[in-house]
Design a protein around this ligand. Structure first.
Ligand code: TSJ
Length: 642
């Protein structure tokens, strides 16, 4: 421990004690999230060094004991005595709260705008932390325990004069992170990849040493020469892009550094992500507003000037132009102000002006240089504008009428007679023949059947006007009774169980996912409140000596066979579809409330955005992602409770 016990020293110790007493105040949470946050907090410092132009490689290692080592090849944290504190600058970094960037001078400290609590907080929350600095041909080292200095900064060796860098190792305090101190490779991988996308030219390597002896450690390397341009390519990887170019705009204005990359794909949804100082801002703010303003204004000007939009036609809306757009908006700003309830929305007005003017100017130039691309985007936007118009008209038609004149029920629906929704269930059945069997099998009082014909429309791949015009979709909307989107009213639900009954094969699973996608997008409340179920038809029928068994999985068949014995009296039938069952079998195995298995579709709040992404990937029209979807689907079903 340092022997200087001035007022400064006492303040330092009080500061770090405060962090240990109320860690949540500094890192938000002591859950697994907070734990991983420590790593980002340290890595941010190396990224700053890279942004300042002095470092091009960062190595992050998860050690065998779940400690972390971060190494960079920057200039090395300054080791000279900081005059105000009377101790080496590096010691200030690790022991003084909010010391980040306040020493050395001239540094362009940008990262960590949102949480940037600095290295001292990580130090305070670590069992131990060690820093090694290569600088001026020497290796400096200092160790801390729970924030307390173990020994003054000392020289422990020599290195080549030209070699410089910083290495920080730390082990989070299990007394603070009581939920877990185990780092997840995939979580770190995700964020480090994002950081590499956001910092072009920076190599970030992640290694996991927690493997059996003699096994090669896990290693991932991220390096993107093109930065956020490659980020857009990555996000559009499973989509079909509308043109080959990725637009890229960059510039500095009013002390704001702006970078934008974007490309349209042929889908109908926008995926834009905005970042401030490398931190995602899901709630947007001034930088996003500036981007959108610029886009809307520039495209309308271009479309008018080039007669792609007639004088008589109204302006394109921002939404029309952003249909199918994938964009990254990344800004670096000196002193970010966050506002709103969750303090996640950028408030700096200079950011709006900077993004607006840089994007307007460079996009105008790009459109002039690339008339073919410009025309493609304008034409897509005009189609979106027309579809939006048509959709509004069509949607007004599907709106629930007043309480008295309920919309007439679809002709194909075989409704039940009970009028109390709590007792009622509706089976959505794929195919007319299975629908027929289900109609004869059902219990008329409480079970309604709605057979669907042909391919189910993928609502992720169609514009709204087409969706509202689709017969199967209209039938489901009117049968359920709740209305959709803003009109959704759960109290109007006509059945308290909505049961999707599809074949027990890959096609059936695909149809079920299409149906779930539709429900999720139009009436998410039905899933959130647990009204949606999947029927589970059997895979096998086993007959033996006039006895019958049904098996719903390969394992179950195996179990039954072990019980009854394997011999030539066994007659095993594998059901290829619902259509192979007669009405009685369908009732016995899949519809009889006394015997059937239903799986309730659930969604945990946290998984919501994840599911959002999964759905989009799954429903893409390229072959590779589709296969991924089916594998993902297995995971999705895991999320379904029985
Ligand atoms: F902050 C920290 F300790 F957590 C940390 C800082 C952790 C790691 C892994 C690296 C770093 C770090 C800091 N890498 N590089 C730097 N650079 C500086 O601190 C530095 C060096 C020289 C000068 C200068 O003006 O000469 C200025 C600064 C800020």
């Amino acid at each position: 421990m340092s022997d200087k016990y001035g007022a400064d020293q006492i303040q330092i110790l009080e500061g770090l004690e405060a962090v240990r007493k109320r860690p949540g105040m500094y890192i938000g949470t002591t859950s697994s999230r907070g734990l991983h946050h420590l790593v980002y907090e340290i890595v941010d410092n190396s990224v700053d060094e890279a942004l300042a132009g002095f470092c091009d490689t960062i190595l992050v290692t998860i050690n065998n004991d779940n400690s972390i080592t971060v190494t960079d090849n920057g200039r090395g944290i300054p080791v000279g005595i900081n005059h105000k504190a009377g101790i080496p600058a590096v010691e200030v970094v690790f022991t003084v709260l909010h010391a980040g960037g306040k020493f050395g001078g001239g540094g362009y400290k940008v990262s960590g705008g949102l949480h940037g609590v600095g290295a001292s907080v990580v130090n305070a929350l670590s069992d131990w932390l060690e820093v090694e600095i290569c600088k001026d041909g020497k290796i400096y080292k200092q160790r801390y325990e729970k924030g307390y200095v173990s020994y003054p900064l000392k020289i422990v060796g020599e290195c080549e004069k030209e070699k410089t860098g910083t290495k920080v190792s730390f082990k989070p305090d299990a007394g603070i992170f009581q939920e877990t101190v185990e780092f997840e490779f995939d979580v770190l991988k995700q964020r480090l990849r994002e950081m590499a996308f956001l910092t072009k030219g920076l190599h970030i390597v992640l290694m996991d040493m927690r493997v059996e002896k003699d096994v090669k450690p896990l290693k991932r390397e991220f390096y993107y020469e093109g930065g956020i341009k490659e980020f857009v390519t990555y996000l559009n990887r499973s989509k079909t892009s509308l043109y080959d170019n990725i637009m890229y705009f960059e510039g500095n204005k009013n002390n704001v550094y702006v970078e934008v990359a974007m490309q349209h794909n042929d889908s109908y949804t926008e995926s834009s992500y905005s970042f401030v100082n490398n931190i995602n801002t899901p709630e947007g703010g001034t930088h996003l507003i500036g981007f959108r303003n610029a886009l809307t204004k520039t495209f309308n000007d271009y479309a008018r000037a080039n007669k792609l939009l007639k004088d008589s036609e109204p302006n394109l809306t921002g939404e029309d132009i952003r249909e199918g757009l994938t964009a990254i908006i990344s800004i670096k700003i000196q002193d970010p102000q966050f506002e709103g309830q969750t303090k996640q929305k950028l408030g700096n007005s200079e950011a709006r002006n900077a993004v607006d003017s840089i994007v307007s100017e460079q996009l105008t130039y790009f459109l002039e240089q690339n008339p073919t691309v410009a025309k493609l985007i304008c034409e897509k936007s005009i189609l979106a504008q027309r579809a939006r118009d048509a959709a509004r008209k069509a949607r007004d038609l599907t709106r629930r009428k007043t309480a008295l004149e309920t919309a007439s029920l679809p002709g194909k629906l075989a409704d039940c007679s009970d009028r109390n929704p709590e007792n009622c269930e509706i089976y959505i059945v794929e195919g007319d023949s299975a629908g027929g069997s289900a109609k004869s099998a059902r219990s008329r009082a409480t079970q309604a059947i709605l057979p669907l014909r042909g391919k189910i429309l993928n609502v992720e791949k169609a514009r709204l006007d087409k969706i509202y015009a689709n017969a199967e979709i209209k039938a489901m909307i009117t049968a359920f009774g709740t209305g959709i989107h803003d009109d959704f009213d759960i109290s109007k639900l006509r059945y308290h169980k909505i049961i999707l009954m599809t074949d027990a094969d890959v096609d059936g699973a695909h149809i079920a996912t299409l149906l779930l996608t539709f429900i999720y997008r139009f009436m998410p409340g039905l899933i959130k409140q647990g009204y949606v179920y999947l029927a589970q038809p059997p895979l096998y029928k086993l007959e033996k000596n006039k006895n019958v068994w049904y098996a719903y999985s390969d394992e179950e068949l195996e179990r039954i066979l072990q019980e009854v014995g394997r011999d030539q009296n066994n007659k095993i039938q594998r059901y290829k579809g619902l259509g192979e069952m007669d009405a009685e079998q369908l009732w016995d195995t899949t519809m009889d409330p006394e015997k059937r298995i239903l799986r309730r579709v659930t969604m945990n709040e946290e998984a919501e955005s994840e599911i959002d992404l999964t759905f989009t990937t799954l429903m893409g029209d390229k072959v590779e992602p589709r296969r991924e979807f089916i594998e993902e689907n297995a995971r999705f079903v895991k999320n379904l409770d029985i």
